[in-house]
Design a protein around this ligand. Structure first.
Ligand SMILES: [Cu+2]
Length: 123
């Protein structure tokens, strides 16, 4: 009984298929990264406060609920457009702690100037 189990285990773990190297380079998005969904609409982001940890990769997923918006953070080197019907994915691994403001970079109406949010990076 014990020997049969050993044989089965050996068969299961033997390299049956020769692994060939992947044809394309791995995608930059870390599959283990936490996904944070952020919606944009006139004239706010939700959530407007995003809390991250230094060195921990996340993927920000932006979607618009009404019209085209943008998101720009000079500090974090992010500048994207958020287009209705599309999901804009931004892989981000904050390098340092701090508070980083982002704002809408596509004019979207009378409240555009006040459309902003904050990414807070703290251990
Ligand atoms: Cu705007």
């Amino acid at each position: 009984m014990g020997s049969l189990l050993a044989v089965l285990l050996a068969a299961a773990t033997s390299p049956a298929a020769t692994a060939s190297p992947p044809a394309v380079a791995p995608v930059a998005v870390d599959p283990a990264a936490r996904v944070i969904k952020v919606t944009a609409k006139k004239f706010e982001y939700s959530p407007a406060l995003i809390e991250l940890k230094p060195g921990v990769p996340v993927v920000l997923e932006f979607a618009s609920l009404d019209r085209k918006h943008g998101l720009k953070s000079t500090d974090l080197d992010i500048e994207v457009e958020i287009v209705p019907g599309e999901v804009t994915r931004v892989p981000l691994t904050p390098g340092k702690a701090g508070k980083f403001t982002f704002h809408c970079s596509v004019f979207c109406g009378s409240g555009h100037e006040d459309m902003e949010g904050q990414i807070v990076v703290a251990p």
